[in-house]
Design a protein around this ligand. Structure first.
Ligand code: CU
Length: 102
């Protein structure tokens, strides 16, 4: 008798983080850090710790993103093309930030 041989199986689990390791906090009507450098393909998470609504709005021409972020909310944007992505809060344009994708 030989022991039945079954093909071995390998389960590969790709972890899906609930929040990315690249984070920009919004607190006190400011993006912190205001400049963040990330690799191509990275997902940046904005965490609005204010009660006020904000936006993450590209000021590049043409704009590449325009996302509302309600008070207490979190959004993710994935950057697949290298470049310098300037952005503001459209509600409070004095709030500025930049994502540098390399
Ligand atoms: Cu704002």
């Amino acid at each position: 008798m030989t022991t039945a041989s079954y093909p071995s199986t390998t389960t590969t689990t790709t972890p899906v983080p609930t929040t990315s390791i690249y984070q920009v906090k919004i607190a006190g009507y400011a993006f912190t850090p205001s400049s963040i450098t990330v690799p191509v393909g990275a997902t940046v998470t904005w965490i609005n710790q204010d009660q006020a609504d904000h936006t993450v709005t590209s000021t590049n021409v043409p704009p590449t993103f325009d996302r509302p972020i309600a008070g207490g909310a979190t959004i993710n944007i994935t950057f697949t093309v290298p470049g310098t992505y300037n952005y503001i809060c459209a509600i409070h344009p004095s709030m500025t930030g930049v994502v540098i994708v390399k």
